[in-house]
Design a protein around this ligand. Structure first.
Ligand SMILES: C[S@@+](CC[C@H](N)C(=O)[O-])C[C@H]1O[C@@H](n2cnc3c(N)ncnc32)[C@H](O)[C@@H]1O
Length: 221
């Protein structure tokens, strides 16, 4: 949708925002440099900046999908030092690397708890680290499981908690800007997840057209 002067925000505006923003923390730059050649999908930098704003002032955060800890670190750097994050990823090799980057950024040991298990198993195993309550959750793992992550997390949310989910536009394949492969189950699942959450009366929700699409929802419960 265009602004009232008929102008559509584009690449030049995005580059200007990046140039005007605070310089990237070296540990975040190091993760970007490590993830790219290894083919590890991480959050877009502009989505990282949004996530940091949403994490500021949040005390207890739960993340689904750690990888090299890029999104985790955006949140940890923005959160008060007294806050905590629990992040879930079954891939221990990735989370071991993530710990090194968090150390490099000076994040206190103990502020971030890693759960190395598939998220749905971890939630149903009643791991005390995942008991909550959480005031922000960030979802960025298996696209077909987003809805199940959300339902597992709802009982652990405080009133006003934010739910943030990445890749919800799936590079144009959710809205149809790009053709989705008929067997692209992620596109189908994300489209259903988006539609359900945008109309879910338990939440006030929208999708920010940044990065690969960032869904943001505030819990009314
Ligand atoms: C897109 S990456 C996460 C990127 C990370 N949030 C970032 O921006 O830096 C998705 C991660 O989900 C992890 N994953 C795969 N299956 C999972 C599951 N069942 N539960 C939790 N995480 C899972 C993968 O190992 C992978 O590292």
């Amino acid at each position: 949708m265009k602004g009232d002067r008929g102008y559509e925000i584009g690449r030049i505006d995005r580059d200007w925002i990046e140039e005007a923003a605070a310089p990237l923390h070296p540990a975040l730059a190091a993760i970007e440099a490590a993830a790219e050649p290894a083919g590890i999908p991480i959050l877009d930098r502009e989505s990282g900046r949004v996530l940091a704003v949403l994490a500021a002032g949040r005390r207890r955060i739960c993340e689904v999908g750690t990888a090299y800890g890029y999104s985790t670190l955006w949140m940890a750097l923005a959160q008060d030092p007294g806050g905590s994050i629990v992040t879930i990823d079954p891939d221990r090799a990735r989370t071991d690397l993530a710990r090194g980057f968090w150390r490099q950024a000076g994040i206190a040991i103990g502020r971030i708890t890693v759960v190395n298990a598939p998220a749905l198993e971890a939630f149903s195993a009643a791991d005390p680290a995942l008991a909550g309550p959480f005031d922000l959750v960030f979802i960025d793992a298996i696209k077909g499981e987003y809805h199940a992550y959300l339902e597992a997390l709802v009982p652990r949310l405080v009133h006003g908690a934010l739910v943030v989910a990445d890749n919800v536009l799936w590079s144009g394949r959710v809205a149809g800007a790009r053709a989705a492969d008929p067997d692209d189950e992620s596109a189908t699942a994300l489209r259903a997840f988006d539609r359900a959450l945008l109309r879910d009366r338990r939440f006030e929700a929208t999708i920010l057209p940044v990065g690969d699409g960032l869904l943001v929802a505030a819990y009314r419960g």
